[in-house]
Ligand binder design. Structure first.
Ligand code: PBG
Length: 302
């Protein structure tokens, strides 16, 4: 059976979807055809938060899945709203790529001049950059990775922050001047991971797509996103989270909420069995809220 894979048309999306297609063909023998879908997030120049959050990169693809125009879709998992989607199943989370954030510019953060202009569209990155260096001028930017990298070459920014995983997929690691340690900058929940979705009633497809699933990756992102959901954070929330799984038996989760000025942070961690990933995320969120994390959530984000 030839399967139709719905994907955004960006270079990063087409590349990551192509890798998923190749893995599926290798494991199951099914041929896969990529079907490019333009989403609201791809055509609008408005700020993502103004458009209603990262669902703008996802909704059109999900509609094609529900309408049967494509058999399944591949998304960057961090772009999925935390709320479940009616009729859609998360059929697989393939092995996660490096979730860290990367600085792309002429020098490492510590070597950039005082008042250096750093481009990012993510409040999570803005707030953590300010926590690292209060003198930085954070410049709101958006668009795909190439558009953002061009801000440095044109001199509009001294550096920009992008996900290492995205840069890897578009073969632009040459632009990286520093990879942030999670202790400096905690990634977006689900960053570096992919989401393979299909109709929840397609049991035939669920079985085929399950061959792509990676237990540790699925557990890690489940914990991170349960934390985000419990903090009631949308895509533009200044929430960072990172979970790692040891020997399929122990999941370590770290969460951070940073005030937009970088002055205040609530950063806590929790460990437990990966089977209890979502509960770990919720429990950590409750502890962070008890330390005042929710007070930092509603602040101006740029
Ligand atoms: N909508 C932006 C977006 N969605 C996923 C990634 C990175 C790749 C990933 O997390 O899989 C990016 C770009 C970025 O944050 O640099």
């Amino acid at each position: 059976m030839k399967l139709r894979l719905g994907t955004r048309r960006s270079l990063m999306a087409m590349t990551q979807s192509g890798l998923v297609a190749d893995a599926l063909t290798e494991r199951t023998g099914h041929e896969v055809a990529l079907v490019g879908v333009t989403t609201q997030g791809d055509v609008s120049t408005a700020d993502v938060a103004q458009m209603g959050g990262t669902g703008v990169f996802v909704s059109a693809l999900r509609q094609k899945v529900l309408d049967g125009e494509v058999d399944f879709a591949v998304h960057s998992l961090k772009d999925l709203p935390t709320a479940p989607a009616e009729g859609i199943a998360l059929a697989a989370v393939p092995p996660r790529d490096d979730p860290r954030d990367a600085l792309c510019g002429e020098a490492k953060l510590a070597d950039l001049p005082r008042g250096a202009r750093i481009g990012t569209g993510a409040p999570r990155r803005m707030a953590q950059l300010r926590a690292l260096r209060h003198d930085l001028k954070v410049v709101p930017i958006r668009g795909n990775a190439d558009t953002r990298l061009r801000k440095v070459t044109t001199g509009e920014c001294d550096a920009v922050v992008l996900a290492y995983a995205g840069l890897t997929r578009i073969n632009r690691l040459d632009a990286v001047s520093e990879i942030f340690d999670p202790a400096q900058m905690l990634p977006s929940p689900g960053q570096g991971a992919l989401a393979v979705e299909c109709r929840a009633d397609r049991t035939d497809l669920l079985e085929i797509l399950a061959t792509l699933d990676d237990y540790a990756s699925r557990a890690a992102v489940a914990a991170e996103r349960a934390l985000l959901a419990a903090l009631e954070g949308g895509c533009s929330a200044p929430v960072g989270a990172y979970a790692a799984v040891e020997d399929r038996t122990l999941l370590h989760l770290i969460g951070v909420v940073t005030g937009y000025d970088g002055e205040r942070q609530v950063r806590l961690s929790e460990s437990g069995h990966p089977d209890l990933a979502e509960r770990l995320g919720r429990d950590l969120a409750a502890r962070m809220i008890a330390k005042g994390a929710d007070q930092l959530m509603g602040e101006r984000t740029s």
